[in-house]
Design a protein around this ligand. Sequence first.
Ligand SMILES: [Zn+2]
Length: 244
Amino acid sequence: MEIVQSRLLAAFPHGFTTREGGVSPPPFSSLDLGGGAAGDDPGRVAENWERLRRQTGLAFGRVRQVHGARVVIDPAPGEPREEADAVVSRVPGQAACVSVADCVPILIADPASGAVAAVHAGWRGTLARIAAEATRALARAAGARPEALLAAVGPSIGPCCYEVSPELAGRFREEFGAEVVGSEERPHLDLWSANRRALLAAGLDPENIEILGLCTSCAPARFFSHRRDAGRTGRQVGFIAPLP
Ligand SMILES: [Zn+2]
């Protein structure tokens, strides 16, 4: 099982899964951690989760992701119940976890309290500044100071591959500036940069934000990509657990 890690978050149990190390057949090969909604066998998905639990020694607090901006604090591990798009965890051994397949997974950590957050930001969540909502929730729940937080922006569709309509590009230009949409004629969204801006506006230090720069659509052997595979694909996850 290949788990991608952030240099900034090295002190925390954390990672971004890849396709490697599971039991699902194509087009879900092989470590599909989705809910089986795209058609994968639920038994295989359950076995994939079991493998991730064995590999990491963690439990996973998740939510039913709905492309909003709501944050849940310390959800019980297991099947996701509440509708939200970010998770804060203050319980050691219990990771905050989000699933993605092009959308941006963002992991946030507070070295002072040890508390953490995981964020799912597609274009809707990015526009709704869910990264900033999660930062505020972490600050409230753990007494964290935003300027001390560390954040990593994980594997997701990059500006290389994410061409969008002029209408959507216009909304992003208005919210985050022209730099996040590229050229006028063929706009490509840079969700990494837009989320970085949201984190900076929420008070994070530029040196405390790491963008991994890994595009899911560019790497078919390594990552699931909803857009590249026209929906017939699995899900990878980003997770981070509090310091003991
Ligand atoms: Zn790409």
